[in-house]
Design a protein around this ligand. Sequence first.
Ligand code: FES
Ligand code: FES
Length: 195
Amino acid sequence: MKHLLHEKSDQPEFVCCAVRAAAVGRGLDPITSNYAGVLMITLKLNGQEHPLDVTEDMPLLWAIRDVAGYTGTKFGCGMGLCGSCTVHIDGLPARSCITPVGSVVGQSVATIDNLHSDPVGQAVQQAWLDGGVAQCGFCQGGQIMSATALLKVNPKPSDAQIEEAMIGNICRCGTYNRIKTAIHQAAAHLQEAKA
Ligand code: FES
Ligand code: FES
């Protein structure tokens, strides 16, 4: 935006100052507002505060990938139906493609990019590697995020509980049995580590 204003105006500094003054006039902080006077959103993402120049209704997935630069979360259906875009919001799995970024301000958002810093996430990722779960791999980030969220609330899930928790994560390669085995394996490793 700043670049466009500078290109299009004969008096760029005047325009920028004028727009900034307008932001102040609207009660916005000129430091945390962009040059159009739109309030920037600060997102708590992967343990860090990220000021993002986005509108509140932008899907969280767009903000995470295209603005914040965390590209581990994948776009699949864009309609909340496949689970490939699953992230954690305050520890719970959520579909980032249908979550407006403005609705999660003040909450903690975590993506697959930083999951290795979480002991449960680390155990799940290791079990995925040990079991050779992925085929094409496209859905697997979302699968791992849902599996990690499950093990955090249920450290020893049954087959039925795994199926119920993972039902919204679709795998077109049909890796469901390997996913189930890997979740049991991660649960067992976490139990052993506790003992
Ligand atoms: S891309 Fe979000 S659920 Fe499919
Ligand atoms: S591994 Fe290919 S879609 Fe799941």
